[in-house]
Design a protein around this ligand. Structure first.
Ligand SMILES: [Cu+2]
Length: 109
């Protein structure tokens, strides 16, 4: 293969990856029928707390994505409202025993 062909191939593949990446992102962050809720979580002190909270949330059937941030004392959850409720998320976090969760500023988006 000459250099020009390789270069063309490279540009083509980069474009394909870019398009696939953008499409996947859309699906991951904004699936149809899901909602976002922010939870206030007291008692998180380090990165391990982020992981513990995230794992507890993702164990719930109906939780699509979850992130936790101990610095903000906050978790954000994308979920399927027909399968799981914010109240169940709060209970799952409280059950860990170290944290106290509630709806963040009463916001359910
Ligand atoms: Cu910790």
């Amino acid at each position: 293969m000459d250099g020009r062909l390789i270069k063309t191939l490279f540009v083509f593949l980069t474009a394909v990856f870019l398009v696939v990446g953008i499409t996947n992102n859309n699906q991951a962050c904004c699936s149809e029928g899901t909602r976002m809720v922010a939870l206030k979580i007291e008692g998180m002190t380090c990165a391990s707390c982020n992981v513990a909270v995230k794992i507890a949330l993702k164990k719930l059937d109906g939780v699509v994505e979850a992130t936790a941030n101990y610095k903000l004392g906050r978790a954000e959850v994308e979920y399927v409202p027909e399968k799981v409720t914010p109240q169940q998320m709060i209970e799952a976090i409280n059950k860990i025993g170290k944290y106290k969760a509630s709806i963040y500023n009463g916001v359910v988006a």
